[in-house]
Write a protein that binds this ligand. Structure first.
Ligand code: ADP
Ligand code: MG
Length: 527
């Protein structure tokens, strides 16, 4: 059975009081299934998408079981400094009535200050791998007393190359301990860590794909790269979202898109890795207060951040992989509310969309961009709504005498229409070329191979082409399409040459990495 209310967990009044102060009414699904075994002291492997309350899922048991002391009894490892700060804050809120102190330890902050606060006595350390190792080496962080360890956002730590650091740190912590691991996704490398360092772990999981399909409406638009900004403004004008998160691939694209939106008068802000922490905090504050209603972000900047529930997620550029897609759209439709996820797809990206759809077990329907007429109508409706507001709030009274003057010369309709034409301008809506995205066709007789090397390894299509051609000794022109993703790629080769290519390339070292090649399990684009 699962408990529906926090008090059913049998936790202390001190913690219940904090949760109530925090405005938590009832546990989220992952909290319902993770908290009882965590309170029993069991090892936990927890999976649920971003924004589902994983912090409190491990935070409540940690705080419940601890007390104010001299050396840390619990330790949380997180990938980034933002998360270190955010998680420590949440733990301090949960622990406020018990006086349990949680402190973030991350690179970039003065190490002397951290040493000083560690000396004064900390109960829960929330740290990033690099800085934690630094403290271990200086012997300024004592891990002897640690009874509970958490690996938070484990997939992100993997992506950031922290696996070795994690192992190093885990070895420093007494084996008699509780270990919990939380992640939005569970790649094989993370499972390996779990098997190696955890005992009889209880797997708890909230199925992301199911949740996504239920509450989030997902559509895609076919857009040429050069029409994307126009397409974005059309969508913003017609959908009139209350709070929108726009995802871009790169920092440059974030700057470009947010800058263009601002120039056109939208209340847009940007966050990405180049901004200082205080600047990012400022933008996030504005977004939470509603001073800006469009936030343009990179995946990295947005991941793990506590961004309020948004009405629309717009994938200005398509996510690199299915996990990324789930991560992004999980920012909308929280807590049972319905959300909308819109994805721009260029002709070249059509296959990637289908791969996402299939792997994430979701449906992304094709939608037509709002037409010029729809945009004009939406703009006019907005002006009418604004006029109604002004009249309702009597903001226009100082102009009444002027209006009286005009009435002596012109009709009401002429005056109002002239004013509207001044406000709406000539009401130009830019053209967008309507062009269908071609359905990909496979060359008959070709099969697809899956290779464990991708863009992140700084490899290019040409490199792969050359390697295969040279190693398997087949002419480059016989090799079909190569689709490069972040950490893997697909290569089409003639069916009769597939085995030859696999045996030639599998286990070969390319760009300093051993590459695995195998038949792609399914053709992502064929239904
Ligand atoms: P995750 O780690 O799964 O991405 P977080 O732990 O950051 O999610 O939680 C996202 C937001 O939801 C935070 O603002 C957190 O305070 C809030 N939250 C967590 N649990 C609850 C709850 N039971 N009720 C209401 N809000 C919650
Ligand atoms: Mg989290």
């Amino acid at each position: 059975m699962t408990y529906q209310k926090f008090y059913e967990f049998g936790i202390s009044d001190a913690v219940l009081g904090s949760l109530s102060d925090m405005g938590f009414e009832e546990p989220t699904p992952i909290q319902k299934i993770a908290i009882p075994p965590a309170l029993e002291g069991r090892d936990i492997v927890g999976q649920a998408q971003t924004g589902t309350g994983k912090t409190a899922a491990f935070g409540i048991p940690i705080i419940e079981k601890g007390k104010r002391g001299k050396t840390p009894y619990a330790f949380v490892l997180v990938p980034t400094r933002e998360l270190a700060v955010q998680v420590a804050q949440e733990l301090n809120k949960i622990g406020q009535n018990k006086g349990v102190l949680s402190v973030p330890i991350y690179g970039g902050q003065s190490i002397e200050r951290q040493i000083w606060s560690l000396k004064k006595g900390v109960d829960v350390v929330v740290g990033t791998p690099g800085r934690v190792i630094d403290h271990i080496q200086r012997k300024t962080l004592v891990l002897k007393g640690i009874k509970t360890v958490v690996l938070d956002e484990a997939d992100e730590m993997l992506n950031m190359g922290f696996i070795e650091d994690i192992e190093k740190i885990l070895k420093e912590i007494p084996e008699e301990r509780q270990t919990m691991l939380f992640s939005a996704t569970m790649p094989a490398e993370i499972r390996k860590i779990a098997t190696k360092y955890m005992r009889d772990a209880k797997n708890v999981r909230v199925n992301t794909a199911d949740m996504v399909v239920l509450k989030i409406k997902q559509v895609f638009y076919e857009v040429r790269e050069e029409d994307k900004i126009k397409a974005l403004t059309r969508v913003l004008d017609v959908e009139a979202p209350s709070l929108t998160l726009v995802f871009c691939h790169t920092k440059r694209e974030v700057d470009d898109v947010s800058g263009k939106l601002q120039k056109m008068g939208y209340y847009a802000g940007a966050i990405h890795g180049d901004f200082t922490q205080s600047h990012r905090d400022e933008i996030m504050g504005k977004f939470k207060r509603g001073d800006i209603d469009i936030l343009v972000a990179t995946d990295v900047a947005a991941r793990g951040l506590d961004i309020p529930d948004v009405s629309h997620v717009i994938n200005y550029s398509i996510p690199q992989d299915p996990d990324g897609y789930i991560h992004r759209i999980g920012r909308t439709g929280r807590a049972g509310k319905s959300g909308i996820a819109l994805t721009f797809v260029t002709p070249r990206e059509y296959r990637q969309l289908r791969l996402i759809e299939r792997t994430a077990k979701t449906r992304i329907d094709k939608a037509r961009l709002p037409t010029k007429d729809e945009v004009r109508r939406a703009r006019q409706e907005e002006i009418v709504a604004e006029i109604e507001d002004v009249i309702a709030e009597r903001k226009h009274t100082e102009y009444l005498p002027l209006a009286e003057d005009l009435f002596s010369k012109y009709s009401q309709q002429d005056i109002a229409a002239a004013a509207l034409s001044m406000v709406l301008g000539d009401d130009e809506v830019d053209d967008i070329e309507e062009r269908a995205v071609a359905q990909p066709t496979y060359r008959s007789g070709f099969v697809r191979l899956f290779m464990t090397i991708g863009r992140k390894d700084k490899i290019k299509v040409g490199d792969i082409l050359k390697s295969i051609s040279a190693e398997a000794d087949i002419p480059a022109k016989k090799i079909g399409n190569i689709a490069l993703f972040d950490t893997f790629s697909f290569v089409e080769v003639p069916a009769e040459l597939a085995d030859k290519v696999i045996s030639a390339i599998n286990d070969m070292v390319m760009h300093g990495r051993r590459v695995r090649v195998q038949h792609a399990k399914e053709r992502a684009t064929k239904k």
